[in-house]
Design a protein. Structure first.
Length: 124
């Protein structure tokens, strides 16, 4: 069962994510993140503001200090910022940062963006 979005759907969702003006220009929706749900990552941070031609979502899963299944996912440019939607695996953490086509990085001052992935069951 998909969990509800905090920002709606379609172009309106992306506009509202931008308007939320979260620190670093990064918004993840929905949160909390649940395994097997689709999650949208919105980015309008340093690299976007520098006029990058292309931005990639650099992702990994598991321990935030030792990422597994690391990959660079091409983000889509919108009139509001850059977005990527992906399905969450059944892992403990979703970790990410951003790079542009010139390999400039935005890694949240070395902290990256780690999110816990829940398995969807309630804790007793």
């Amino acid at each position: 069962m998909a969990h509800p979005t905090n920002f709606g759907e379609g172009a309106e969702k992306i506009r509202l994510m931008r308007d939320a003006d979260f620190p670093g220009g990064v918004v993840v929706d929905p949160t909390p993140i649940t395994a097997f749900d689709e999650v949208t990552v919105f980015y309008n941070g340093l690299l976007a503001k520098s006029g990058a031609e292309q931005i990639y979502l650099h992702v990994g899963f598991g321990d935030p200090r030792h990422w597994k299944n690391v990959q660079d996912l091409r983000m889509s440019r919108t009139g509001y910022g850059w977005v990527k939607t992906l399905e969450m695996p059944d892992e403990s953490h979703f970790n990410f940062c951003f790079r542009d086509n010139a390999y400039n990085w935005d890694n949240n001052n070395g902290l990256n963006w780690p999110y816990e992935i829940h398995n969807g069951r309630r804790r007793e």
